[in-house]
Design a binder for this molecule. Structure first.
Ligand SMILES: [Zn+2]
Length: 323
């Protein structure tokens, strides 16, 4: 397998289970892979897809990573692979898209080989889409496989979950994540800081280190603290973050707020976060998180990001000033 396609050290038992099923030709028709974002579940699914068609697999059925099929999977152009995602600007996967997917799956593949439909994230299926999918899950066309990826599998209806073979992908331990990140990040990178900024998700942490996102998040975190302590002005802080980064900031702020509420109950985090977590009035912070969900929706309907950002930061400062 090419280096890029190594199975992550914390996924070896899941890989063994799947390749075993492949070798014995008793692969389930519907799979549900669940695990937190940024920990490699999506990447695992890609390697799994390649293993279905690879022309030169290793003895354990790992894909070679370089044959035409492997390359097509990587480029997301494989003719036997259909991927269903949330379209830009949409919140869920509509029934029409699911119907189309099921119809395509019902057509015999042009070369008689396996067909795979990947739904990512399956959390985005609405009730009607799930109902449309159930028939295919119950009576799958020959040689077809469905693979559902979900961060919150329990949010899926039990009728769907129970018909899938479930495979859980727990996050790596701090030690595993740190070691992996050290081996893949540029020399001298702030590995621990990146991992903490990515809430322990190593692939997200690597992306933060590689695209300058970490420096941005450090600045955002400082702004959040300065506003909380009354050392900065919300309008000035919003200008500094800027219109272009405003959507990313809103999503980051939501994740940070959720993390602070968790820290308040469970403890942990560094001194700054601990201070913030203690200072936060819980019910008001939960209300702010709800409003943020509304803001993220308004972003999709062309609300001005900078305006949303300013009003969020004003609310944030008020929340801490009232304590
Ligand atoms: Zn291959």
């Amino acid at each position: 397998m090419s280096a890029e396609w190594q199975i992550l050290p914390w996924h070896t038992s899941q890989w063994r289970q799947l390749t075993q099923a492949l070798k014995q030709q008793r692969l389930a028709h519907a799979w549900l892979f669940s695990g937190p974002a940024g920990c490699g579940t999506r990447e695992f699914a890609q390697v799994f897809a390649a293993a279905l068609w690879c022309r030169a697999p290793a003895a354990d059925r790992s894909p070679c990573g370089i044959c035409p099929d492997c390359r097509q999977v990587r480029a997301q152009t494989h003719p036997n692979l259909q991927t269903l995602q949330v379209e830009e600007g949409k919140r869920d996967i509509p029934i029409e898209a699911v119907r189309e997917l099921c119809q395509r799956l019902a057509m015999t593949s042009h070369d008689g080989r396996a067909q795979l439909a990947l739904i990512d994230p399956a959390d985005a299926l609405n009730r009607n889409s799930v109902n449309a999918l159930l028939k295919t899950v119950e009576e799958p066309p020959a040689h077809s496989h469905l693979l559902l990826l979900a961060q919150r599998p329990l949010a899926l209806p039990a009728t769907l979950r129970s018909r899938c073979q479930q495979l859980r992908f727990p996050p790596p331990s701090v030690e595993q994540a740190t070691n992996w990140l050290r081996a893949h990040a540029p020399a001298g990178a702030a590995v621990e800081t990146a991992l903490s900024a990515a809430h322990g998700a190593p692939l997200d942490a690597l992306a933060l280190l590689n695209d300058g996102g970490l420096d941005r998040q450090i600045a955002w975190r400082k702004a959040m603290l300065d506003l909380a302590a009354g050392r900065d002005d919300p309008v000035r802080a919003a200008q500094a973050i800027g219109e272009e980064q405003a959507p990313a900031f809103l999503r980051w702020f939501f994740a940070t707020l959720a993390n602070l509420l968790r820290l308040r109950t469970l403890g942990g985090g560094d001194a700054d976060l601990e201070w913030l977590a203690r200072a936060l009035p819980v019910s008001a912070a939960a209300a702010l998180a709800d409003e943020l969900i509304g803001d993220l929706r308004r972003l999709e309907s062309n609300a001005r990001p900078l305006w949303l950002l300013e009003s969020l930061l004003i609310r944030w400062q008020d929340l801490l000033a009232r304590r």
